[in-house]
Design a protein around this ligand. Structure first.
Ligand code: SF4
Ligand code: SF4
Length: 88
């Protein structure tokens, strides 16, 4: 069953300028399970064409529209996403 939703308003409204935290995707830890892309309320996490050391096509996000909510980091079962302070 697919639960992916359509991208929300942040696809129209860029969030980068006011974001306090940003996700850092640790590509070598990514197992390509896809949970982060299904949980992101903005629908901006996607699978790249690049592979990590384990041969997995790792996931990343479009920071232009990321609001820094941290849900992806909380839900990643492999601790492959860390939230860090946004540098202004
Ligand atoms: S939830 Fe974590 S391990 Fe799964 S695709 Fe996303 S970053 Fe990779
Ligand atoms: S921090 Fe929130 S908005 Fe940004 S990629 Fe993660 S789940 Fe999506």
């Amino acid at each position: 069953m697919k639960i992916t939703v359509q991208p929300s308003s942040s696809i129209i409204n860029k969030t980068g300028p006011w974001r306090a935290n940003r996700p850092n995707f640790l590509h070598d830890k990514c197992t390509a399970c896809g949970i982060c892309s299904r949980i992101c309320p903005e629908g901006i996490i996607y699978q790249t064409d690049k592979t990590n050391a384990a041969g997995k096509k790792y996931f990343a996000c479009d920071l232009t529209y990321c609001k820094g909510c941290g849900l992806c980091a909380i839900e990643c079962p492999f601790k492959a996403i860390e939230m860090e302070l946004e540098e202004k």
